[in-house]
Design a protein around this ligand. Structure first.
Ligand code: X90
Length: 277
């Protein structure tokens, strides 16, 4: 395949990729005072701190079809990965962009994958897309294979607060309530339809990590890749990585930082875990 580009929205927490042309389409975090564009230039820690001392309304916005078109640029073969359509309009906007792009350039290919997830599960999907493309697969082969692969990946999360999720209607206020209590961590997963599914409330990080190990086994993890991304909680991510390595031995675990959009919703201390089933 020639002239290939991978395009993902910023819920992937990726802003560049070695070895393949890559573009990110930014989501935005909006307050009455300021608009944060979730791109490589955003200082996520500073945003998190500013939001801590801000008590007004805050919300987010997905890329428009126009933003997606900009990210498509002039590529011939485009693989596009979006945050879950269960919580965002990003997938829809990307599909509109695909229609526009292909009516303008009928000989070009665009595939849009709804990740039904966020953060490090997209990391896995993008790594795998790169692998398929570099292995010389055709456009149609990559589409078929990535669809299959995406059914074999999952996302777990540990959250200390679900305030922003609840305030923006992404979880019920009732579900969010327990996570607001000091020391309580909400452990959950991305559901089959790409929404948040709460599994357990744990007192303390240690118990939450033990729960993650149980969940990994329960949801089909054996010895595949694991990608951990955190919001201002590198120490927690490292501890979790060590617990995973102790339990499963010799598996591939990498740690990354959440970008602006995921940090806004996962909040300080939040950890997201993408895994292969
Ligand atoms: O379109 C928009 O404004 C974006 C809305 C995004 C809403 C949710 C983002 C969640 C980010 C939080 C924990 C894990 C979520 C599991 C996803 C199914 C991360």
């Amino acid at each position: 395949m020639e002239n290939v580009r991978i395009v993902a929205d910023s819920s992937s927490d990726m802003f560049s990729l070695d070895g393949i042309d890559f573009r990110s389409a930014a989501l935005k975090i909006i307050t009455d005072k300021k608009e944060y564009v979730d791109n490589i230039l955003l200082d996520v820690e500073q945003m998190a701190n500013e939001l801590l001392s801000y008590s007004g309304k805050s919300s987010t916005a997905c890329p428009s079809a126009g933003d997606w078109l900009d990210a498509f640029g002039d590529a011939q073969n485009i693989f596009c990965v979006t945050i879950t359509s269960g919580l965002s309009g990003s997938y829809n906007a990307a599909c509109v962009a695909k229609e526009t792009y292909q009516s303008q350039y009928p000989d070009r290919n665009v595939f849009v994958l709804d990740s039904l997830s966020a953060g490090p599960e997209l990391w896995l999907l993008i790594e795998k897309l790169k692998e398929y493309i570099l292995a010389g697969q055709s456009f149609d082969e990559v589409c078929e294979n990535i669809k299959k692969y995406s059914k074999k990946t999952g996302l777990l999360f540990i959250l200390e607060s679900m305030r922003n999720l609840a305030n923006n209607g992404r979880v019920s206020p009732l579900a969010a309530k327990a996570a607001g209590i000091l020391g309580i961590r909400a452990v959950g997963k991305a559901s089959d339809v790409g929404t948040l599914e709460l599994l357990k409330k744990c007192r303390g990080e240690k118990k939450a990590f033990a729960e993650i190990i149980e969940c990994l086994e329960k949801f089909g993890y054996k010895n595949g890749k694991i990608r951990i991304s955190h919001c201002s909680n590198f120490e927690g991510a490292v501890n979790l990585k060590n617990i995973i390595l102790e339990k499963f031995k010799n598996v591939s675990v990498e740690i990354g930082k959440l970008g602006g959009l995921c940090s806004f919703y996962a909040e300080k201390g939040g950890i997201l875990i993408g895994f292969e089933k």
